[in-house]
Design a protein around this ligand. Structure first.
Ligand SMILES: [Zn+2]
Length: 272
């Protein structure tokens, strides 16, 4: 299937970023982070050279709509594997939500401000490092997200809040800070008659230095076009994050006590 028959390109934003935040519409800002030292210096080999020894947890396959499974690797071994030419039969292993800046605090100096984050914003950032074809299944995050493409290219497919809900495709699978869809966005687009103007489906391909704003609750599915590094920051006002945090922590305490959605989540291996 050719996704672009059903998806419209998200045009580079010509608006003030603050307007996207106010209207809660996604915006792509080409080259906004191109001057960051991270974009010119962070490569797979460079990160591996800092310290190859930490053990990292890798997600196997697409955990949003297949049973969750993990494996462990030394960081250097994994990054070295990613920097080799991919083979068609490689298992897709994905380093997600990795707290790179806690692992290597000196790397903070390679980041600059994102001009559109409002004052008083609370952020938490982490990186996604994975091979070409690795995918994050269709989901919506509970917080606004600002994604900075550092290396390689990535395709985002997006649809507004409500599309998955109207299709009756919400997943029961548990995730602390996101809600998941049972079906992929391409299947959804075909089923909802995308392209007829009834529903909105968008795509955008990020190059190194590009910045994408994804409003909370916008559904999105993401696929790597190359081995790639993405820095992603969730943000919100102090009061909003505090309110959400209370709800998320309550559910998560139940989940971790095995009282809610045990064995059907993105954070623990699925029962076999
Ligand atoms: Zn879990």
């Amino acid at each position: 299937m050719t996704y672009y028959a059903y998806f419209r390109p998200l045009p580079p934003s010509d608006r003030n970023p603050a307007e996207h935040l106010r209207r809660r519409t996604p915006g792509v800002f080409r080259g906004m982070a191109a001057h960051w030292p991270a974009v010119s210096t962070w490569t797979l080999a460079y990160i591996a050279s800092l310290d190859p020894s930490p053990l990292v947890r890798l997600v196997r396959g697409n955990r949003e709509n297949t049973p969750t499974a993990f494996t462990w690797s030394e960081l250097g071994t994994y990054l070295h594997h990613l920097s080799e030419p991919p083979r068609a039969d490689d298992e897709l292993l994905y380093l997600k939500e990795f707290d790179l800046l806690r692992q290597f605090p000196a790397l903070r100096d390679d980041l600059k401000d994102i001009p559109f984050l409002p004052r008083g914003t609370v952020t938490s950032s982490s990186v996604w490092i994975g091979p070409a074809r690795a995918r994050t299944g269709l989901h919506q995050d509970l917080l606004d997200n600002c994604a900075v493409q550092i290396a390689g290219r990535k395709r985002f497919l997006l649809t507004p809040p409500g599309t998955v809900e109207r299709a009756g495709a919400l997943s029961t699978k548990y995730d602390a800070w996101a809600r998941l869809s049972r079906v992929g966005i391409e299947e959804l687009a075909v089923g909802r008659g995308a392209g007829t103007g009834d529903e909105d489906f968008y795509f955008v391909e990020l190059e190194p230095g590009d910045v994408l704003y994804v409003p909370a609750r916008w559904w999105h599915e993401v696929v790597n076009l190359d081995a790639s590094i993405l820095l992603s920051g969730f943000f919100g006002s102090r009061s909003h994050v505090a309110r959400l945090w209370t709800q998320v922590r309550l559910r998560d305490t139940l989940h971790r006590s095995r009282l809610l959605k045990e064995g059907d989540c993105t954070c623990h291996p699925a029962r076999r």
